[in-house]
Write a protein that binds this ligand. Sequence first.
Ligand code: CA
Length: 509
Amino acid sequence: MSRDFRVPRCVAGLSLFVVLAFRAVETSAASPPNIVFLFTDDHAAHSMSCYGSKINKTPHLDRIASGGMRFDRCYVTNSLCGPSRATILTGKHSHANGFRQNGDKFDGSQVTFPKLLQQGGYQTAVIGKWHLETDPTGFDHWDILIGQGPYYNPPMIANGERVKREGYTTEVIGDLAMEWLDKKRDPNKPFLLMCQHKAPHREWQPGPKYFDLYKDETIPEPPTLFLDHAQLGKAAQVQTLSIEKNMTELDLKLTPPKNLTPTQAEAWHKAYDSENAAFLAANLTGKELVRWKYQRYIKDYLRCVAAVDDQVGRLLDWIEKSGQADNTIVVYASDQGFFLGDHGWFDKRFMYEPCYRTPFLVKWPGKTKPGSVSNDLVSNLDFAQTFLAAAGVQADPSMQGVSLLPLLEGKRPADWRKSLYYHYYEFPGAHDVHRHYGVKTARYKLLHYYHLGDWELFDAEQDPLDTKNVYHDPAYAEARKELETELARLRKHYQDPDDPKPESKVKKN
Ligand code: CA
């Protein structure tokens, strides 16, 4: 009898295949989402058309915004490259993760969200700019620039091996990300891909494809290009972020980068030499000279952004064609914003709106409503817990942010946070911005330059770009008092210790 019920081996194999295939479909429907984290360096939201840019268009970044949620009030904990990255990985403020300023060494033994995702069954990869001094941990695959990395022909470190790559760095990083997705990924696992561009960091060197972009155009100037800094506090009087005073010949392309191939050098000279000759002959001075520098700077910055936008487009196309779009979260963010001539400046560091705010877009089909906008106070401190929550992986109790999942799902909690804490440390250091901490609420910012003994207060309702310090205005006495109390509460809540004044650079005998 039993013989009659025996299933031939080939049929049994087929049945098993059918069962497994069915399970695979079942699993994929409920499987954790892939996370593609697209990240740039120094890309201000006001140079993205989805954020209302008046100076450029970013059609591919706009695809993420129109398909998902745009956060209009995303701020960083410390407006600087390395510290922002450390905060994103750990979900902790700089004092808690130990990376306060560029040049610090990231302690890779601490808990990070990629490590937790990896332990939770994700395949994890980081490609591009890392900038944390120590080797990445928690990644199955890493292929990173060394330090800042150059815009052309970047030497990189791939899983510990030094490799030299030729080409324009933004495109090299795009190629490596595509190659990982196509050939190195384990299709049986959900993945985290962190694709992190160097662009549009200083010195804003465009790729050969982009030299002609904006060539015959005049980019609109920001309304604060010639701001009177006497309206601001003491720190603004001594900074060295000035377009007028602090740009180098390399920034302005009066000298070419040193590491170009002969073909790249030829294209570079063709792009800049005649313009440079005309500039030198014109012998500009005063405001006209500032205007020329602004145009040279902003065009190159926007050319770098255009290359990023194109690479984002390639990745979005891959996701759409892969059939995984419905189960892939696409995130776009920068490590902080930037002064795009605002206040007459370039660079970042201050807790001022143009560089304190960072772009943050999240497209998650089935969760984020296409074209939606959040005005809630969110931070790069929240990214780690958000990605872990999306993956269904438990966050670490030491993390100091908040999962943004309820906001992404359109279920805003009534008691959402009312304030954010900031702390910048890199002084003495590049661009001479004094150390400060501060609190941001929906309407105000209060900044304390604790070693300088100075305070600033800004009212976003009257002054959205932070151009006029009203700390000493009696009309704001009550607001000032409330903000000082809130700042003290946040410092205690995050257990941020007093920051001793660093010893003078002058060595003692
Ligand atoms: Ca940066």
